[in-house]
Design a protein around this ligand. Structure first.
Ligand SMILES: NC(=O)C1=CN([C@@H]2O[C@H](COP(=O)(O)OP(=O)(O)OC[C@H]3O[C@@H](n4cnc5c(N)ncnc54)[C@H](O)[C@@H]3O)[C@@H](O)[C@H]2O)[C@@H](O)CC1
Length: 461
């Protein structure tokens, strides 16, 4: 699990560090890390450092001074004035200072640009000269290494256009929200988190890693039987959306559930032709999966109540989200941004600009865990902790992916994982299946690839 710290949290950690270690040269540590990664990206070519006025510019200037020992380094102080000590070090090391025009002219001869315009202090967007330069970097496909974060992005919200697009980002102590939340995360390239000695406090926002999913995954033992592995009861699909039932069942079976019961309206012939192991009708289960493919079914609350008679917890998806039976501790809600907006009575764009706080709010009010689906998948617990799932490619943004995901999560919930782990592991493993099978595989095909991913995970654990 990797901590994700806000700009304020990082500044507080830095202050604690300086209080305990007065006079330690943190900027020197940061600059050495930047120079090290710069040398990994490009071994010998000319380097152009774009330096801002603050400490981020200082990091870039000291890194320029280190790199200048072995290669030609140009520095563009984008606002004329820049970090004094950093500037003196860069000049003493023989860096050549250029202006905006000089930087643009030198770009074709450079092997690497280091963006040290702004980091934690970055405000959304770039002034015109920098926006022009960032666009020129984009169109020339040159490697860009951003210090702390791509300048022009807000560290916490990830908002900001125009901004630099990095191929690598070197950040310090811990990830910041912009490194993990799409679309900003897509502008950071590969992110290196460097230890500079600053300890961040335990955070309420974290990013899961494959190793976490491997540790949690419920692997059967010699004493396992179908009941011990978990029974999932599906009430999904409708006459109009029959496929939703098949997709959810596919997710649960390929994630290794012990047994599937199906108590929805889709004809048994259709279900059994595809999945002959399914037991038709309701009965005792460890978890239910509700709502996928219901459409605007008028009997929604009756279907939710009926499932409660058979299963202690449920995954609630799609239209069942609007028939929640009061507080539902231990349950898992799986809305996308539009559905979460409807639950909160706000606009979709409001949710998209504040995904963490919106997901937290619904978790707090309902007592359930909320998996907010989208390009970044947030899992918010009622106590306020939010975990981001392992990311995947964007091919899986397709009708039916959510139905499969609800089924995977149902299998994990039935196996006894707490709702937040079921949600993080379920969405991570689906993303990993997409990452390991690049291309536009439809969601049912990706569900069939889950066993390979899970086998690899548990073997590695
Ligand atoms: N917090 C820490 O623990 C450490 C911080 N360090 C560096 O210090 C940085 C923070 O330094 P500062 O607080 O001085 O802030 P920054 O240097 O990140 O940003 C402030 C400066 O950037 C300008 N600026 C902000 N947004 C801009 C934009 N979109 N376009 C152009 N200019 C913009 C501001 O006018 C201001 O001059 C970190 O990002 C990191 O690079 C490192 O030296 C080491 C440790």
């Amino acid at each position: 699990m990797r901590a994700v710290v806000t700009a304020a949290g990082m500044r507080a950690a830095e202050q604690r560090f300086f209080d305990a270690n007065p006079g330690v040269d943190l900027m020197g540590r940061a600059a050495r890390a930047v120079a090290r990664v710069a040398a990994e990206v490009n071994t010998a070519g000319q380097v152009l450092v774009v330096a801002g006025r603050g400490n981020n510019g200082g990091d870039g200037l000291f890194a320029a001074a280190i790199l200048a020992a072995h290669r030609r380094v140009l520095v563009w102080p984008a606002f004329g004035r820049t970090h004094d000590a950093g500037q003196a070090a860069a000049r003493a090391a023989g860096c050549q200072f250029v202006d905006a025009l000089g930087a643009l002219e030198a770009l074709p001869d450079c092997g690497l640009v280091i963006d040290a315009v702004a980091g934690l202090g970055s405000r959304p967007g770039l002034p015109q000269a920098l926006a022009t330069f960032a666009a020129a970097c984009d169109s020339s496909a040159i490697d860009v290494l951003s210090v702390d974060l791509p300048s022009g992005l807000d560290a916490d919200s990830g908002a900001g256009q125009p901004s630099f697009r990095a191929t690598r980002t070197v950040t310090f102590a811990a990830l910041k929200p912009c490194h993990v939340a799409q679309p900003a995360a897509g502008r950071c390239g590969r992110v290196h988190v460097v230890d500079i000695g600053v300890e961040v406090a335990a955070t309420q926002l974290r990013q899961a890693e494959e190793a976490d999913v491997a540790t949690w995954w419920p692997t059967p033992t010699a004493s396992s039987d179908k009941y011990a592995r978990g029974v999932v009861l599906f009430d999904t699909g409708s006459a109009r959306y029959q496929g939703a039932a098949l997709l959810g069942i596919s997710g649960a079976l390929h994630a290794g559930t012990g047994m599937v019961r199906y108590a929805g309206p889709v004809h048994s012939g259709l279900i059994l032709t595809r999945y002959p192991s399914v037991v038709m009708g309701d009965g005792r289960a460890q978890a239910a999966v509700l709502g996928s493919g219901w459409g605007e079914d008028e009997g929604a609350s009756g279907r939710v109540s009926s499932a409660r008679l058979h299963a202690p917890v449920a995954v609630v998806d799609a239209d069942a989200l609007y028939s929640l039976p009061g507080r539902i501790d231990g349950w898992l809600l799986t809305p996308h941004a539009g559905e979460l907006a409807r639950l909160l009575g706000c606009s979709r764009s409001h949710v998209e600009s504040r995904p963490v706080s919106c997901a937290r709010e619904v978790a707090r009010v309902t007592g359930a865990t909320v998996l907010l689906k989208g390009a970044t998948q947030y899992v918010a617990e009622p106590g306020g902790r939010v975990t981001i799932a392992v990311p995947g490619p964007h091919w899986s943004a397709q009708a039916g992916s959510g139905d499969v995901l609800a089924g995977i999560c149902g299998a994990l919930l039935a196996a006894g994982l707490p709702a937040w782990q079921a949600a993080v592991a379920g969405s991570s493993v689906q993303a990993m299946a997409a990452a390991r099978n690049p291309g536009p595989y439809p969601p049912d095909e990706l569900a069939r690839r889950l066993p390979e991913v899970i086998a690899g995970l548990v073997a590695a654990d």
